[in-house]
Write a protein of this length. Structure first.
Length: 306
């Protein structure tokens, strides 16, 4: 990857091409049940405050137990691209291992739909899942929110939202290289600019797509950028991981430290040499396998019922 040319600065002109690649990937997905390993449904559920319906993908392992855990997944893509149906292979393996239902939420994308569309959609989908727990066969006391990149930031924002506005109490929050801070000015953001493919240009474009002119301003809400939260008490246990060679490194470290300072529980992994979403980009790498194993180990301890 290091031998490839540096990407052009992210812009609105590049966005249609990026989304076209996503659409092509969705069209090529084929059998979502993975040969019958999962039962699959794709309900559309009500949005908040008369917002459009929200597409969900509900995947349950064949022969999974009743009253099973729910892994509630929020996809990445910088708030401006990707799809709730893509990039799920790793999480489906995790769901199968733990006999859990996986629900992936299709939130509206920026810049066409700025904040708070994304967190509202994620929140509405979670409320629907909890309200239909019996029908879905899930245990509402064992819901873990999982997100990567922009979805990791939305997962942290969802934990704050549930704490403050009500809803099912989350058992945990698994935040993979989460986007947490709209200011895009940490030491690692500057240090790794031009090294990682998810650089300050792409990161800044994601935040400006979400927030418009409010990006970096003093009044950005915590439900948009969780790094802005002044109170991190009473949150579910968190797992956070990040690569040492990515621009999001320092905001993730700071967020974990602030959870500890607030008396909360957090497990933090910084993977040496890791770029953004390295386990998705280079799954055969040793640290990728180690990162996946560390997440599964945390989930195993979190979901233990004895």
């Amino acid at each position: 990857m290091a031998e490839e040319p540096d990407p052009a600065p992210m812009s609105l002109e590049l966005l249609p091409g990026i989304r076209a690649e996503v659409d092509a990937g969705v069209a090529a997905l084929g059998d979502l049940s993975h040969g019958g390993r999962f039962t699959v449904s794709q309900p559309a559920v009500p949005g908040l405050d008369e917002a459009p319906e929200i597409p969900l993908l509900v995947c349950t392992p064949a022969n999974a137990p009743t009253s099973r855990p729910l892994l509630y997944y929020i996809h990445g893509g910088g708030f401006f691209c990707n799809d709730h149906r893509t990039g799920l292979d790793q999480l489906l393996d995790t769901a199968e291992r733990f006999g859990a239902t996986l629900i992936s939420v299709g939130y509206r994308l920026a810049p066409e739909h700025p904040y708070p569309a994304q967190i509202n959609d994620a929140y509405a989908g979670l409320l629907w899942a909890a309200d239909h727990a019996d029908e879905l066969g899930i245990d509402p006391e064992r819901i873990v929110v999982i997100g990567i990149s922009a979805g990791g930031g939305l997962s942290a924002a969802l934990a704050l939202t549930v704490r403050d506005k009500g809803g099912p109490r989350l058992l945990g929050q698994l935040l993979m290289c989460p986007m947490l801070d709209d200011r895009n000015d940490t030491a690692s953001a500057v240090q790794m600019d031009g090294i990682d493919f998810w650089n300050r240009s792409f990161n800044g474009f994601g935040w400006s797509s979400l927030l418009g002119d409010a990006q970096g301003a003093a009044h950005v809400p915590q439900y948009a950028a969780p790094a802005r939260a002044t109170d991190l008490t009473d949150l579910p246990p968190a797992f956070l991981d990040v690569g040492s060679a990515e621009c999001l490194r320092d905001e993730v470290l700071t967020y974990a430290s602030r959870i500890w300072q607030a008396g909360g529980k957090a497990e933090l992994h910084v993977w040496p040499g890791g770029i953004h979403a390295f386990d998705r980009e280079v799954p055969e790498a040793r640290i990728s396998k180690a990162a996946i194993a560390a997440r599964d180990n945390w989930l195993e301890r979190l979901l233990a019922t004895d």
